[in-house]
Design a protein around this ligand. Sequence first.
Ligand code: SF4
Length: 265
Amino acid sequence: MASTSGLQNLNNDHRSERFLFLLIVFITALTLIGILGLSYFVASIGINNLPLYAQWLLTAVLIITGGSVLLVLGALATVIMAGRDLPVPYVKKLRSIAVKYFLPVFIAVGKILGISKEEVQHAFVAVNNQLVMSYCKDGHPPERILLLMPHCLQNSECPVKITYRVQNCKRCGKCVIKDLLELSEKYNSNLSVATGGTIARRIVIETKPDLIIAVACERDLTSGIQDTAPLPVYGIFNRRPHGPCFNTQVDLEAIEEVLKEFRTK
Ligand code: SF4
């Protein structure tokens, strides 16, 4: 099927990013466990001088923290390797916790390894997209799809206000909003344009989508995916040939490949 092979190509393109992210997850887990082990070793030098309850408390805190880190990062590593959420209780929840709270740690570990913040964010989104697609194909086909776009896609000289009603667009073709409207109609999806995270959150609450296809820069896309977890968000980075937040562009084919997965069967 054309749509499947198109998306398959996209997924294959991102294989190395997913491997990179898995590597960062492993190194993060080893680093955190190493720090905890070292903390215990340092504390244990003088632990006999502490009251018994304090010794137990310290040991319990370190064991619980270490166990939680292993559980959360282990769940994330497992679903990355499997390419899907496993039918095991709480795996999805643990994976969501890892996505919500550990990304800054992954970025810090990446920095130590000489991997840029943007590379880690791209790897994170590649992993997220694979999990979102497998979730949707695995018995959760999305009925309501929301195309959530950033305001900077609109031509900067366009006088039309499209933030609250994208249908106000006159379809002059000077920016991709016209093409996105056509895509949303062709694939029976909602299209919304947001100027920031607050409005994006409000749009999500109002439209109650089963799947969001979101376009944004690295920072907004990763924070949006974290904020909305476990709601599935397929992320696509915008292109910025004129600099940040100004007449940005997007790969329309990439958006259409995702839409085809759920609207042509
Ligand atoms: S396509 Fe729509 S949003 Fe873009 S410049 Fe033309 S009228 Fe404005």
